[in-house]
Design a protein around this ligand. Structure first.
Ligand SMILES: [Zn+2]
Length: 329
């Protein structure tokens, strides 16, 4: 109980200390972790703020009043990752969502409300996940193999969340975005598109996963057979899977509501084409490479990002743990 109280006090302190940030995107800063509970012997209970300027795209995809707070994951919370089959993409993505949901908190400084981390943009998932990994395994950054095209030197480069590079939206796109929803005003139609979040993505993924699983195990009776039958066809419709993430307007819709909306749009050729265009262009995921600096000649290189398998993401290499090193190092 006192531990919880301590956490709440830390959060309250942080909340009052956080001020409104500028909306102008600032250059990507080096990661700085400032434990709020700095009298604790380690960072396990420490909360830290993720400054708005550190956020991907300078935080423009979040309301200005939102402040991001994170805590270090606990050993049991990350232990689950080592149990995953690397091919179990859905299981892994669920675990990533769960970790982000537990360890990241958002405060709306205008309303003083706590906002669930499921409202984080879906395309920032990797960023927040890396942040949590960095604070948990502070001395084991992900190492990228890099090669200099100028002097052909091979070198290793650390990958931090803050090194990830994200595309910026155009000014026109920013001008129709209210912090959560794009208000497109096309000549023929007005379209509202809620930015894809962990929540909207889970709404879609859960149903698709249920349908695919029931197809794979046809003999397994499930209690929601009717729902599964109803959505089986649409879950195999590749165009639906492409457009569905941008069909949310409030971000709280159910799968059924999205499916109905899709069917309605599908009947209007012009509207359907507009949605298709938006779906094909509304992508803000990080690039697949990061900029690294050659140790030997200082040249800047684009280096491809390669993550360890997720089941090894939180495993300290034997040589990285001072106690196990004796036996496994
Ligand atoms: Zn070089």
């Amino acid at each position: 109980m006192s531990k919880d109280k301590e956490k709440l006090e830390a959060l309250a302190a942080m909340e009052s200390a956080t001020t409104h940030q500028s909306e102008v995107p600032t250059p990507i800063a080096k990661p700085t972790y400032e434990p709020i509970v700095d009298n604790s012997p380690n960072t396990i209970d420490g909360y830290f703020t993720i400054d708005r300027s550190e956020l991907p795209q300078g935080g423009i995809f979040y309301p200005e009043s939102w402040a991001f707070v994170a805590r270090c994951p606990e050993a049991e919370e990350v232990a689950i990752f080592s149990t995953f089959n690397p091919r179990d993409q859905i299981g892994i993505m669920k675990a990533v969502d769960e970790l982000i949901r537990k360890c990241i908190t958002i405060y709306d400084q205008d309303t003083e409300n706590k906002i669930s981390a499921i409202n984080i943009c879906d395309f920032h998932k990797i960023y927040f996940f890396l942040k949590l990994r960095e604070v948990y395994l502070s001395n084991n950054p992900i190492l990228l193999d890099a090669m200099c095209s100028t002097c052909h030197n091979e070198y290793k480069s650390n990958l931090f969340a803050n090194n990830l590079q994200f595309p910026y939206p155009s000014d026109n796109l920013i001008s129709i975005f209210d912090g959560r929803v794009f208000h497109f005003d096309f000549e023929t139609h007005k379209i509202k598109v809620h930015i894809p979040t962990l929540k909207t993505s889970a709404t879609l993924l859960n149903m698709v996963n249920r349908v695919y699983t029931s197809k794979a195990n046809p003999n397994q009776k499930t209690s929601n057979d009717k729902q599964l039958q109803r959505f089986t066809k649409i879950c195999y419709d590749k165009i639906f899977l492409l457009i569905a993430p941008i069909l949310f307007e409030t971000g709280d819709e159910s799968f059924a509501e999205i499916a109905v909306k899709y069917e309605r749009i599908h009947k209007d050729k012009e509207l359907f084409e507009l949605y298709l265009e938006v779906a094909n262009n509304l992508h803000f995921e990080n690039y697949e490479s990061v900029e690294t600096t050659c140790e030997s000649c200082g040249a800047l290189e684009d280096t491809e990002i390669r993550f360890p398998d997720y089941n090894k993401m939180f495993t300290k290499s034997a040589s990285g743990n001072k106690f196990t090193k004796k036996y496994f190092g």
